[in-house]
Ligand binder design. Sequence first.
Ligand code: AGP
Length: 635
Amino acid sequence: MCGIVGYVGRSEAAPILLDGLRRLEYRGYDSAGIAVVDGDRVETRKCAGRIVSLAKLVSAQPAAGSSGISHTRWATHGKVNDENAHPHFDARGKIALVHNGVIENYQALKKQLIQNGDTNFRSDTDTEVLAHLIGSIYDGAVAAIGDRGQPGSATPATTSQNSKARLVNAVRAALKQVIGTYGIALVHADIPDFMVGARRGSPLVLGVGKEENFLASDVSAIVAHTRDAIYLNDFDVVAVERDKFEISSLDGAAGHHAVSKVEFSTEDIKKGEYAHYMLKEIFEQPDSVRDAMRGRLTYEECTAKLGGLNMTPAELRDVSRIVLTGCGTALHAAMVGEYLIEQLANLPTEVEFASEFRHRNTPLTRDTLVFAISQSGETADTLGALRESRRKGHRTLGICNNVASTIARESDGGVYMHAGPEIGVAATKSFTSQLVILTLIGLLLGRMRNLSAAQGSRIIAALEALPGQIEEVLKLSNQIKEIAKKYADVSGMLFFGRQFNFPIALEGALKMKEITYLFAEGHPSAELKHGIIALVRPDLPSVFIAPDDTVFSKNVNNTEQVKARKGPIIAITSGNGAKQLKGLANDIIEIPAVLEPVSPVLTVVPLQLFAYHLAVELGRDVDKPRNLAKSVTVE
Ligand code: AGP
């Protein structure tokens, strides 16, 4: 949800900023802009559209200077146009500021500024109000004290130090008045080689280089320059110079933060031979699934080892109830998790939309364990749910991909996905990793309760077979592409599944909606006859996820009902399923036979490929679908 990159160093800032923005474009792509400090001016280039348009603008009118800030926007306040693109300026045009988040009380702050005579607003954004507020406080301080202090007492160096301190103080004072969320970076025309960053609720990382330092919404923007990163906390303010930085709190107390090593390199965030990141990430699933279980299975005891949960066996044994929460694809993983944990561990498990959970009073027992599931670890609603759960005193664990993300850091423990960077806006490999981790959790809790060693070892064998089986499914990509071409003119699509594969129907429909923009809905197969069947018609195909499992024959009944009403059917099946569906389904995709509880890890892969190939056929922008952003850091 908006990407920020800032730079102070010895190199030209503009190319570094543009390159960083390209890597953050998945966070938003409505408009983009940069501001570079050139002597005593701030040169800004910004426009509606993508980074490619901004790059053209910068190449036509270069902006020179070795410090600057930049932004790629996912619009929240104000429509998508050049004026609303970041950076935004204060009233005197001296401070340029980029922002990720929402200033909820911006209208009240704006009214107050206008009453004080500041009417020079050029955009409809909340961000511009913050820039004006910081500018008015800074200018007020400079006017009151003067930059030179007592006549004759100041050297240029102390003058510059005074300005820096005043700017940081102005940022602090302004942010204390703000209600809402922010990750910000700003520069001042009169203070070259200096930038200020701050965060509350929106991620911001400081990249520590040699005679150069960076600010970014996420490390992928800066990993080409440094792998030393400091993940800022809420209410941190950081003053950044070429060869030093100072982190403090909003109240001015000094902060101490450890430098972390970024685990991945620029190679991991390249598309390589693939046409799209989404396709690359679909094809990475044999490895990402393997990585999600690596070192986490114990064959002797037929169970899982999850040391990151930070819970003793006795504490795990005492858990009486589980809540799984998340949004979008992560919520679908949670829904599979509910079936898994209840089946394997016989523990009451519930799934809560993070956005609902955080605002309602779900009755929870003392021994309820809450899991917040999030690829990015930054989703505002999931973070809100985590905080609410912790506030109520529940032990709350994270299942995250993004190491050192806010959710990972604020949880009492958790399990990392180790899926590697996921850049495509449509989540794919993170989903299958979440499914594997939820199976491990079910296995661990199950082996402490009613799951026998033999049952545990069957689960382990099924998990270990998955990477090879996914490879088999990936070989069907061309067949699925041909099927997708056949359905390029449909008006929409329905997805059906039962039991473990009901959430996969939801996930298949979500992928289809997100990247093809086709109307798509997922339902439990049996719900068909309770109303949805009214939609069935020749131009609305139904996709049945019907592996050869305990509910296969029930699924077949439902396909008959669709067939009788002339609805086209695409079936994903396994084992003997294809034989029985022949003549019923128009198209059949056969996947390897798989143990029922882990079958979603396989059944979802053809659906990812189906949505992908159909989107390409329709000419959609697969990695950057309309109106979406990868990481939703606003409510
Ligand atoms: C999935 O394709 C979507 N882009 C979206 O639903 C996503 O899963 C959701 O926003 C949650 O993201 P998170 O896993 O980073 O929290």
